[in-house]
Design a protein around this ligand. Structure first.
Ligand SMILES: NC(=O)c1ccc[n+]([C@@H]2O[C@H](COP(=O)([O-])OP(=O)(O)OC[C@H]3O[C@@H](n4cnc5c(N)ncnc54)[C@H](OP(=O)(O)O)[C@@H]3O)[C@@H](O)[C@H]2O)c1
Length: 302
C-alpha cells in the first residue's frame, strides 16, 4: 500500500470517468451554483467548481447574489430551480448569512437535485441505507479507502467530529452492510472524555474537527491509517498563509501505515464527487436509474 494516500490520482480518475459518461449521452448535466456575498474562500471554491465543470462538459450556472440578499428571496430562487427541468443539481455555497434558517433552506432544495446532500430526506436515507444523493466529503473518504484497497470490514474506525456534513453521515456510511464498509465505528466530539485512549485504539483514524495539527504521534497506534478531512488556513512564522489538516502530518508520518496529505488529499476528491452527484441526478431525471454502487463500481472497478 502507498504510504501517502494522495487524492489527486483518484480525483483525476473520477473526472475522466464522469467525462466519458457524459460524452456518451445526448444531454448535458447542469448545476445551479448559488453564492451569497463574495467571501474570498467561497469565491475560490466556486471558481474551482466552475473549472471542473468546464473540464467535464457540465454546465455550471453561477448565480452570485449580494450579501444583503434575503432568505425569502433565496427560497424563491430555490423554488424556481426545483421547477426548472433544465437544472439537474443545486449547490448552495456556504457560509450563508447568519440570520438564515439553514434547516428550512435545506428542506426547500428538492431531494432529487440536492447534490450537496443538505436535505434531511437525503441525510435520512443514509441511515436507512437507501440509495440517494450522498454528501461529497464522506463519500470522498469512502472512495479513498476503496481506491487504495484499504480493508474496512470489521476494522475499528474512530472519527473525531460529529458534524452533520462530515462526521455523522460518514459514521453511518461506514456502518453500511457493504463490503467496502461494515466497520465498527466510534464517533468522538468535544465532550468525549477519553479521546486519546480511543484514538489510540483505531485501526483507521479519521480527523474532521477543524483544529490544525490536533492529532499528534502520541494519539495514534503504530501502523494505523490516518485520514485527514480537516482544512485549516494558518499563517506560518514567515507570515505566509497555508493550509494544514487536523493531523500533525510530520509527527505522525513515520508511525502511521498510511496517511492522506493536506492539501491534495480528501479535499481534492470531494469537489469531483459533487459532479458525480450531478450526473447521478441528471441520469435519474432522464429515467436512467443507477445506484451509487453502480457509479462507484464503474469508477473504481472497471
Ligand atoms: N476535505 C473536505 O472536503 C472538507 C469538507 C468539509 C469540511 N472540511 C474540514 O473538515 C473540518 C471539520 O469540518 P466540519 O464542518 O465537520 O466542522 P464543525 O461543524 O465545526 O464540527 C467539528 C466537530 O469537531 C468536534 N471537535 C471540535 N473540537 C474538538 C476537540 N478538541 N476534541 C474532539 N472533538 C472536537 C466538534 O465537537 P462538538 O460537536 O462537541 O462541538 C464537532 O463535532 C474542518 O477543518 C473543515 O474545513 C473539509
Amino acid at each position: 500500500m502507498e504510504k501517502i494516500l494522495s487524492g489527486k490520482p483518484l480525483a483525476k480518475l473520477i473526472q475522466s470517468k464522469i467525462k466519458s459518461l457524459i460524452e456518451n449521452e445526448r444531454f448535458q448535466p447542469k448545476m445551479l451554483l448559488i453564492q451569497i456575498g463574495e467571501d474570498p474562500a467561497s469565491s475560490y471554491y466556486v471558481q474551482n467548481i466552475n473549472n471542473i465543470g468546464n473540464k467535464l462538459g457540465c454546465e455550471v450556472l453561477n448565480n452570485i447574489y449580494p450579501a444583503d440578499f434575503s432568505q425569502d428571496d433565496l427560497l424563491t430562487v430555490l423554488d424556481n430551480a426545483n421547477r426548472d427541468i433544465s437544472i439537474n443539481g443545486i449547490m448552495l455555497q456556504k457560509p450563508l448569512p447568519s440570520s438564515f434558517d439553514e434547516l428550512k433552506i435545506a428542506e426547500t432544495i428538492s431531494p432529487q437535485k440536492d447534490i450537496d446532500c443538505l436535505n434531511p430526506i437525503n441525510l435520512g436515507r443514509i441511515i436507512l441505507e437507501e440509495d440517494g444523493l450522498f454528501p461529497c466529503t464522506p463519500l470522498a473518504v469512502i472512495c479513498t479507502l476503496k481506491y487504495y484497497k484499504i480493508e474496512v470490514e470489521g476494522k475499528h474506525i474512530v472519527i473525531i467530529g460529529r458534524s452533520s456534513i462530515v462526521g455523522k453521515p460518514l459514521a453511518n456510511m461506514l456502518l453500511w452492510k457493504k463490503p467496502y464498509a461494515n466497520a465498527t465505528v466510534t464517533v468522538c466530539h468535544s465532550r468525549t472524555k477519553n479521546l486519546e485512549e480511543l484514538t489510540r485504539s483505531a485501526d483507521i483514524l479519521i480527523a474532521a474537527l477543524g483544529k490544525p495539527a490536533f492529532v499528534t504521534e502520541d494519539m495514534i497506534q503504530s501502523d494505523s491509517i490516518l485520514i485527514d478531512v480537516g482544512i485549516n488556513q494558518i499563517t506560518d512564522k514567515e507570515g505566509r498563509q497555508l493550509y494544514v489538516g487536523d493531523i500533525d502530518y510530520n509527527s505522525c508520518f513515520d508511525k502511521a501505515l498510511a496517511i492522506t496529505p493536506v492539501p491534495g488529499g480528501i479535499g481534492s476528491v470531494t469537489s469531483s464527487l459533487l459532479f458525480l452527484n450531478l450526473v447521478k441526478a441528471c441520469f435519474s431525471a432522464h429515467h436512467i436509474n443507477k445506484s451509487i454502487d453502480d457509479f462507484l463500481n464503474y469508477i473504481l472497478l472497471e
